[in-house]
Ligand binder design. Sequence first.
Ligand code: HSE
Length: 428
Amino acid sequence: MSDTIKIGIAGLGTVGAGLIKIIQKNSKILAARSGKSIEIIAVSALSKSKDRGVDLSAYEWENDPINLAKRDDIDVFVELIGGEDGSAKQATEAAIKHGKHVVTANKAMLAMYGQELAISAESNNVNLRFEAAVAGGIPVIKALTESLAGNNITRIMGVMNGTCNYILTRMEDTGLPYEEIFEEANQLGFLEADPNLDVGGIDAAHKLVLLSSIAYGTQVDFEGAVLEGIGRISIEDIRAASEMGYRIKLLGVSTINKLGLSQTMRPCLVPASSPLAQLDGGTNMIIIEGDAVGQIVLRGAGAGEGPTASAVIADILDIARGINIPVFGQPANSLKKVPSINTTVENSFYLRLNLKDEAGILAKVSAALANAGISIDRIRQEVHETDAAPVIIVTHPTERDLLNKAIAEIEATSAAIDPPVVLRIETV
Ligand code: HSE
């Protein structure tokens, strides 16, 4: 490569525009730090005429991102189109085949096709970098692939979706129900085009499975992740958790043992005193535990123009510096395929049951728990004016499988009007 690194940017949404602003504004800093000037050659997006608040006149325009990816005059193809397949994937594949390095923010594409894209990139001797795909501005990919590379990573936990964290903390702060705060988040433009990516836990799980792969040297396994969204969290759950000294977070947890890999993304209760509980609004936090380093806590903006563009430019600078690290920290064809397991670690659980208000119903519930060997730590029935009795139970530590057995028995007795809300209580 020459003294200039030439890039093409596909996708001029918030992050694309943010990247162009950084390159225009900080060009001297970028050149000093990487030893090369960063030059944008061409850009591509759906609409050429849209005002994005940046001057694009110096750059060539490509209608088709695949043509941009194949251009002879670029060194790096920056994919900011999004979407797990379609033109984002086709353009990424085209760039790799044509010997271009790729920088992407596309967690969905990597969670589904990361393994094959990484193998292709490595066999074509190009970089495929994705710092911006996980937790926006937090340099967690770099932390895992470089700074913590000497550790046997034992656990990753974190809040990796700012929108869900915003909704949960706003519910707690305002006492307003989920539906109202969901609408507020929508009005503020926080939600993805498909909101289920956020509130269904999918976006956060995409991020978690990418981190697992780097941390444990395993193949990216989105299908093996267990996920549950925040849609059933009610204001009663938020209040009850708070009164017991907890906060509810959409929490990702990834661990590995000799039986396999456990990856869960579910709403959990965390102690109000834990670092995770302090996380308000759209912020992300990732906790990494390694055998040498102990526990590391990374916190910062998980989305937005500046933070995400900051991660994209960091990847471009590393390519300019000539840094070439395997996509997932070790050669992609050496990543192990391991079974996905449900962790057998014991936890306490929070259950909210909407029970029939009849004689003997509570006895059926406690019998189902007892039959599964589960001991009750706390139990509370709220004052109610309807036929449904809201009951909250906190168990002593138990295995999830045993709890599932008890819940199946409760459901078989028709004691509960709705399926119970079950939240793990995580010790952090
Ligand atoms: N929608 C995501 C979030 C940002 O709310 O954190 C992009 O992954």
